[in-house]
Design a protein. Sequence first.
Length: 249
Amino acid sequence: MSAAKLIPIESTHLVVSQNFLPFLISSGALGGRTFDVLMNRLPLEKLHERLNIALKIHPNSVTLNDFRAPSEIIKWENHGLNLSQKIITPHTEIAQIFNNKSIKLQWHIPPISNENAVHSNLKITASKVLFPASAVGRKGAYEIKKLALELNLELMVLGKMFEGPNFWDGIKTEKFAGDWSKIGLVIYPTYVEHQPRLILKALSRGIPVITTEACGIDASALVQIVKTGNFEELRKTFNEIQASKQSAV
């Protein structure tokens, strides 16, 4: 690959982006060198396992069986990850997978301008619930749909309905256009997330979040983490937050 040709011959240690790793390993470009890997997603093998779990829960999904990488790419990526000295990542779940050699970075919380109102953790007046993704299975669309139907929630949503044109039928939805002042809670029961930009934007505004381990964010006063794919825990956590908000009024 062309990137391998740009590596100075005198380089003895490299930091390699995860997407290049299988190709650099298979080409022999990393032979005789030590290297660390900068990771922003699950290893492909574990990503496939996660998608297969989601597909088993939602067998009628039109998207959960879509992406699978070739076995050769998985083999070379696993080989490279095993050979690496350090795994560098801000993603909590990835860091835990490689806990014996991970370097955990901090997610960057984007600053907000003074004119944007910041929510109080205890006094949230906005009432809208945001699902910060398109209607796609791997992002937890089926879980948020089930929760909204059971509890009669109104949702603000993003993107297209990849799981079908009538996916949100029976639920009152509104397109999220970036007005965070309307959002009182973010619910993101995702199975896969590598770059949780909208979650970080919500946290910068003090908006509470319910999400899964797959999001890669640490639990905190604002962030409630539930087990990936566990709807009962999701519903319980939502009800607990609603009860605490009511008692704080």
